[in-house]
Design a protein around this ligand. Structure first.
Ligand SMILES: Cc1cc2nc3c(=O)[nH]c(=O)nc-3n(C[C@H](O)[C@H](O)[C@H](O)COP(=O)(O)OP(=O)(O)OC[C@H]3O[C@@H](n4cnc5c(N)ncnc54)[C@H](O)[C@@H]3O)c2cc1C
Length: 386
């Protein structure tokens, strides 16, 4: 077992760090103020630098590296803000990966190179008003008619809704009960019958648009099918990587909070000395550092063991759950160390506190992750319905 990154991994991490720190902080502040997504010009810059295809195969224009490399880059962007990191998250660990693993060759060719070039953004739309944790209760349907699929239904909480060019929509594709009917279809934004609800006003997550999506008799070609009914477990297995991405967003926010807290504690003087000389502050910083390091190792383990395949349920769930709880504690400690300045909107710490709470809800709540962890440990799933 080797706990050192390779020279190449360090170099990539350094490139991402320098880029993120020189080009993104002012933009991140602006997106936080305006609640606008990353502009296309900057997404194209990400693409030019190769940041949107790190772990995607070269045949699609990617760099063909492993998930660990992608997460090393994502962490550096997430240290600036989730909004600027979002396109990296989506291409490295989000819906693009579902398409990459399960889509037909023609579907992959239609979308993945465009994502890597920064021309298109994909989003995933699973949740519905009455189907959150109980995702298999989803009602959106896709009916096969000749060479087309006709979609009807309503989705909720879709990150990227309205802004993204296409949506991976989980829907019922047969009359079978529960999970057995669920498959996924890709739906382009401009299809007739697609519309969006009003933008959600979330506690954090500014610069990542969220809204309901309505599908009213939307017709897409049969070619847009990613997986037919009966493949819910496949869709969920692609989520192992999404969990690592979600955990890395948590890690980036926490690592930035720790870095700022360490700097601030040495600069800020009270009672004639730096506040870092007070033991209570020392203990908080140590506690933050221990948690950040532990989360990082859990994420690296899940990613390194997966190489270019899909991370295991247990390793990705443990990493996500731990990182989701860790970031809430670390961000709050960071805010406390900065006193009034931590609570002020003039500094990024209060944003980190607000953003920190999203990740343990998005992509499956921490409580459900824990249920999955225990299920994996004992080798059977728990029936939530009886
Ligand atoms: C910031 C953010 C981004 C999101 N992005 C997306 C997205 O891009 N696409 C998408 O499809 N969805 C997205 N979601 C939705 C997200 O996946 C759901 O919010 C999540 O799955 C929880 O569903 P819910 O909100 O309906 O809560 P509920 O399922 O109603 O849960 C409410 C509470 O009950 C608990 N609970 C429910 N069932 C159980 C159980 N069996 N055991 C233990 N506890 C239980 C939960 O843990 C939670 O604490 C996003 C959500 C957020 C907050």
């Amino acid at each position: 077992m080797d706990f050192q990154l390779t020279d190449e991994q360090r170099e990539l991490q350094g490139i991402a760090r320098r880029f993120a720190r020189s080009e993104l902080p002012a933009l991140a502040r602006k997106l936080e103020e305006t609640d606008e997504p990353l502009p296309l010009t900057m997404r194209k810059r990400f693409a030019e630098m190769g940041f949107l295809g790190i772990n995607l195969p070269e045949v699609f224009g990617g760099m063909g590296l492993g998930h660990l490399e992608a997460l090393l880059v994502l962490e550096q962007f997430a240290m600036i803000s989730p909004a600027v990191a979002w396109p990296v998250f989506e291409s490295a660990t989000g819906p693009v990966r579902t398409l990459h693993h399960y889509g037909s060759e023609s579907l992959k060719q239609r979308f993945i190179p465009a994502v890597v070039r920064g021309e298109k953004v994909l989003a995933v739309s699973m949740s519905e008003p009455a189907a959150g944790t109980a995702l298999t209760d989803l009602m959106t349907s896709g009916r096969f008619e000749g060479n087309e699929i006709v979609l009807n239904g309503q989705k909720r909480w879709c990150s990227g809704a309205g802004h993204s060019d296409a949506y991976i929509v989980y829907c019922r594709l047969s009359d079978a009960p529960g999970a057995k009917a669920i498959g996924a279809v890709i739906v382009e934004k401009e299809r007739n019958g697609v519309s969006f609800g009003r933008p959600e006003r979330l506690m954090g997550f500014r610069g990542i648009p969220s809204a309901d999506i309505f599908f009213d008799g939307v017709r897409v070609p049969r070619d847009n099918l990613i997986v037919p009914a009966g493949n819910f477990s496949k869709l969920m297995s692609a989520f192992g990587l999404e969990r690592c991405g979600n955990a890395t967003m948590s890690l980036g926010i926490a690592a930035a909070a720790l870095e700022d807290a360490i700097a601030y504690a040495q600069e800020r003087r009270q009672f004639g000395k730096s506040i870092v000389d007070f033991q209570a502050v020392q203990l908080k910083i140590a506690d933050m550092a221990m948690r950040v390091e532990a989360a990082r190792l859990l994420i690296y383990r899940a990613a390194a063991n997966a190489a270019q395949g899909l991370p295991s349920v247990i390793e990705s769930s443990i990493a996500k759950c731990f990182a989701n709880e860790m970031v809430r504690d670390v961000a709050i400690n960071g805010m406390q160390i900065m006193g009034g300045y931590g609570y002020s909107r003039e500094y990024p710490m209060e944003q980190r506190v607000r953003d920190s709470f999203a990740w343990g809800i998005a992509g499956g709540t921490t409580d459900v992750q824990k249920t999955n962890i225990t299920a994996a440990l004992i080798g059977r799933r728990f029936n939530q319905r009886s």
